[in-house]
Design a protein around this ligand. Sequence first.
Ligand SMILES: Nc1ncnc2c1ncn2[C@@H]1O[C@H](COP(=O)(O)OP(=O)(O)OP(=O)(O)O)[C@@H](O)[C@H]1O
Length: 350
Amino acid sequence: MSDPILTTTALEKRFTSGKGIIGKPTVIHAVNGVSLSVERGETFAIVGESGCGKSTLARLLLRLLEPTEGTVTYDGQDLTGLSAARMRKLRAEMQFIFQDPFSSLNPRMTVETIVGEPLLVHSTLSRKERRARVADLLTKVGLRPDHADRYPHEFSGGQRQRICVARALASGPKLLIGDEPVSALDVSVQAQIVNLLEDLKDDFGLTLIIIAHDLSVIRHMADRVAVMYLGEVVELAATEDLYSTPRHPYTRALLSAIPVPSPGGRGQIAHLGGDIPSPANPPPGCKFHTRCPHATEICRTTRPVLEEGTAHQTACHHWRDLPTLSEPAPTPERSPATAARFALWREHST
Ligand SMILES: Nc1ncnc2c1ncn2[C@@H]1O[C@H](COP(=O)(O)OP(=O)(O)OP(=O)(O)O)[C@@H](O)[C@H]1O
């Protein structure tokens, strides 16, 4: 039975900045009509290229940003209407891990102060109890209790991210959101942090939301994946379904960007050409149509909606007609500009 811990309804965030060329402020559509539901205890991944609105969405989920429109419901409570005091209490349950463990730790504080800070805000422990709790948290994240007396610069990137995780756990969260929690780390260390998060999820009964810019990191971790493109969720499915039968051309392109060692792998799928359009001036219709090899007239004029009510949801007019992954790519119907861009891109990618 469905037991959502977090639900969003038609969530939107528009940023207004400066003056455009004709004197009007520029409006950036960072998140555009996102409705999704995260189940208690699952690992939910949000994936997309840089600038597609993942971080903005993550911040909206914790109300670190106010939405322009739409709602976020956490554990049955509409966050958009909560007072600052109530929100402060809830923050203990909803924690954030940032991408860069180098800049997110205060260099002048000891690890004990950093990890113990949430305990000062959210609990009434004595100094001794707090120190014991910090030692316990450090052990849980794979560090030693005596690390408490050291400063962030004395640690490697992976160890610093462990400190960030310990700090996030200190207030006893139910929900942990990691904004690209491993992408600033060496590849050799990434798996260790991914494994740590998985172990902690079970130990602490957490729900995890993981933001990533490619699909490789979250494959073995996520239960479900939402793929975002220019502020919108274009495909949402159980991880296994998404990897075995990706429907949206954008998801297929993202998957094809993951190196596959076997010769019968996904080599046939065209990699993505062209740049992501500006969210200040998004294309009409399907926002992906300017880069899509399958785009037709309807894609240029009519926005496809994510089909609700099914486990595997896709926002594409043509997903049912697309070739299966082993078939050769079709001759795409493209505008001359798109065709030129694809030709250029193919030239550089072979
Ligand atoms: N405070 C802000 N003011 C104006 N524009 C913003 C602001 N924050 C984000 N944006 C814009 O909103 C869009 C989405 O940004 P966001 O950081 O959410 O994307 P992202 O997918 O997380 O990218 P990245 O992986 O590079 O962080 C971008 O075009 C970005 O420039």
